[in-house]
Design a protein. Structure first.
Length: 342
């Protein structure tokens, strides 16, 4: 069995996205794939890890009763407190019969987490891919920590979330520098707005909103937010610029609400605690657009959306499709396939 261990230099930089994308590609090729995640950090996800269900669905395991993984990662513990042996036992149980196992590993390349991550990769006899989250101050040495930690097990790195206007510079300058040090760059993925999208249900929950209709449409996708305020142009022209959008508008502005309903809209958030007039409610039903009522005003509601990005998940089919497309366009599947041979 081939095992691929996917680590990262920091949290929330795309490990789950890469795991799910690799699993999909291999499954399409007829390979039997297992997905496993040994640990999650309770400080980041609360009492449950939302990525677990995503991985289980990708591996068709959502019906299994075994919930022994992942385990809670000890907070600020020493390396001896991280139960690597227990994780390995769970890994062996979860990957029985698989041709290829993909492990969503730990975030961090130094200190306790780096030490535990290296032990996991060694005990799993895994090849390692490290996801590096791009930042404006990313330097060569930051990337080479992956080589220092995993040594010959390192198959390569994936640079994720590269600012679009920096993409050419990164490919022309940083990537050759990295590869000159013997580290293969398997993909250079640009930032993409769709990957930051959420479902209507997640949006409503974050805003403490109440569905006034069509709660069954909670899986509608939102990647744009438009504010219905002082619109100088005809409202339809303003709203038709984007699909997959949430419109934030005062609940007592039926004129703006009706303009939004004439365009492709994922949901309308009615602010100020106002209920819509009957005609808006009827038209929303006809167009199958959920109406969500919140008590806060438009300005406060919009401000609350800023923190929504902190809880974005890789859980929507459109996001998964988009990341696969980005990997096809900016990744090196031929290089990846060298490490996935049985």
């Amino acid at each position: 069995m081939t095992t691929v261990y996917i680590a990262s230099d920091q949290v929330r930089v795309g490990k789950t996205a890469l795991c799910v994308t690799l699993a999909h590609r291999l499954s399409q090729d007829g390979r039997k794939v297992a997905l496993f995640k040994p640990f999650y950090s309770k400080t980041l996800t609360g009492d449950m890890d939302p990525d677990v269900q995503i991985l289980r669905q990708a591996a068709n395991l959502q019906g299994q009763k075994n919930q022994s993984w992942p385990m809670v990662l000890p907070k600020d513990g020493e390396s001896k407190e991280i139960p690597v042996e227990q994780a390995i036992a769970g890994f062996r149980e979860a990957t029985v019969g698989a041709e290829i196992s993909i492990v969503e590993g730990l975030s961090g390349l130094v200190d306790t987490l780096g030490f535990a991550s290296n032990r996991l990769a060694q005990d799993m006899d895994a090849v390692v891919i490290v996801v590096i989250g791009y930042t404006s101050n990313l330097e060569l040495q930051d990337v080479l920590r992956a080589k220092d930690l995993f040594g010959d097990r390192l198959a390569g790195i994936v640079l994720n979330g590269v600012t679009k206007y920096k993409l050419r510079e990164v490919k022309d300058n940083l990537v050759p520098e990295i590869e000159a040090e013997g580290v293969e760059v398997l993909a250079t993925i640009p930032e993409d707005r769709r990957l930051l999208g959420v479902s209507v249900g997640q949006l409503a929950k974050h805003l403490d909103g109440k569905f006034l209709n069509l709660e069954e449409k909670k899986d509608n996708f939102v990647e744009h937010y438009l504010i219905g305020g002082m619109i100088l142009d005809w409202g339809v022209l303003y709203f038709e610029r984007f699909a997959n959008k949430a419109v934030i508008v005062r609940g007592d502005r039926p004129d703006i609400q009706m303009a939004a309903l004439q365009t492709k809209t994922s949901c309308i958030v009615l602010t100020g605690g106002y209920a819509p007039i009957q005609y808006v409610n009827y038209e929303a039903g006809e167009e199958e657009v959920p109406l969500i009522q919140v008590e806060t005003d438009t300005l406060s509601t919009t401000a609350a959306l800023e923190s929504l990005q902190e809880s974005v998940l890789f859980d929507h089919p459109l996001k998964q499709e988009q990341f696969r497309a980005l990997m096809d366009q900016h990744g090196d599947w031929e290089a990846l396939s060298k490490f996935l041979v049985l």
